[in-house]
Design a protein around this ligand. Structure first.
Ligand SMILES: Nc1ncnc2c1ncn2[C@@H]1O[C@H](COP(=O)(O)OP(=O)(O)OP(=O)(O)O)[C@@H](O)[C@H]1O
Ligand SMILES: O=P(O)(O)OC[C@H]1O[C@H](OP(=O)(O)OP(=O)(O)O)[C@H](O)[C@@H]1O
Ligand SMILES: [Mg+2]
Length: 281
């Protein structure tokens, strides 16, 4: 049985469950169950606090986990990221009262509140800045008003929380984070993990790509195929009219209208777009 840890609450929890459900795993919890076993897929899901996931994986009691990249790095353990999962994107940034700081060098000798001590210490050391860290478990944005810190380092997504606290970001982003699939070097070659990883990749491709079909004359095929190169190579099929062919390729969802316009302009017609339910590439 493959043991996979996923967040039991917080920003990544729902999206992790829906991704696993889309990948065909049983995810429905009866009440407050701490784990669910999917006998058919040979996987047990453990619902853990997001911050504990990298620790459980590195201890070897859990084979793999879904957590935030920021939490993985901050745990400073042996677990490694094997795939970014395309949800839960955020940045990790310094912030201070509006107009008070503009560069990380302004942090020298100051107090920085954060829940990510290791991540912040490492970044400051890399940049040669000496400051003291004030550890808080959450609601870090309140620390300045409470007089316990001069600046903060925290997760920023929309910036709403910062703004409400009268703070603004400064300096470069410390990190760009998102949900990631993690494991340890000891488990990295586990074939059951490879199946999980392929399933999750299949969900990501189905979310990010659509299938595009169109007809194009042989004269314009080369130009059109360059517009839709697909993952490896577009499929070309015969049409009854031997001067024309049918082309099929995967296209990034966010580019779909632009690609259709460009195909039309080079003479492609009957351009059709279809959702991908699932795939293994
Ligand atoms: N607003 C957000 N948008 C996107 N990702 C977020 C957001 N807040 C947190 N995250 C990500 O979620 C993970 C942390 O989860 P979250 O903050 O929900 O849990 P937690 O702080 O450990 O638990 P709790 O807040 O319940 O004490 C981090 O990887 C972080 O980057
Ligand atoms: O930029 P925003 O969209 O406002 O999101 C960022 C906020 O979300 C998270 O808080 P969370 O809800 O996890 O509370 P916490 O601070 O107690 O962890 C994070 O710690 C920030 O406070
Ligand atoms: Mg939080």
């Amino acid at each position: 049985m493959l043991r996979l840890a996923i967040p039991n609450k917080g920003a990544l929890s729902e999206a992790a469950v829906s991704m696993l459900a889309a990948a065909g795993y049983r995810t429905k919890r009866r009440g407050r169950e701490l784990s669910i076993t999917d006998e058919r897929a040979d996987v047990t899901l453990f619902f853990l606090r997001p911050r504990d996931i990298a620790v459980a994986v590195s201890a070897g009691t859990i084979d793999a986990g879904i957590t935030g990249r920021d939490l993985l790095i901050d745990a400073n353990v042996e677990a490694r990221e094997i795939r970014p999962l395309g949800f839960g994107a955020s940045t990790f940034r310094f912030a201070a009262p509006q107009g008070s700081m503009s560069s990380i060098h302004d942090l020298a000798g100051k107090r920085i509140a954060t829940s990510f001590d290791w991540l912040v210490r490492r970044y400051l050391a890399e940049h040669g800045v000496e400051a003291s860290i004030v550890h808080l478990d959450g609601a870090v944005e309140s620390s300045i008003q409470l007089g316990v810190a001069d600046a903060i380092a925290d997760v920023v997504e929309t910036g709403t929380t910062l703004k409400a606290a009268g703070l603004e970001v400064f300096g470069e982003p410390i990190l760009r984070s998102e949900a990631v699939l993690i494991t340890t070097p000891a488990r990295a070659d586990d074939p059951r993990l490879a199946v999980l990883d392929r399933r999750l990749h299949g969900v990501m491709v189905a979310r990010d790509y659509v299938l595009m079909d169109y007809n194009v004359s042989l004269d314009s095929l080369e130009t059109a195929a360059q517009v839709t190169p697909g993952f490896e190579s577009p499929t070309i099929s015969h049409l009854r009219d031997t001067d024309w062919v049918a082309v099929r390729a995967l296209v990034e969802r966010r580019e779909v209208n632009d690609v259709m316009d460009r195909l039309y302009a080079v003479g492609a017609r009957a351009i059709l777009v279809t959702e991908v339910m699932s795939c293994r590439l």
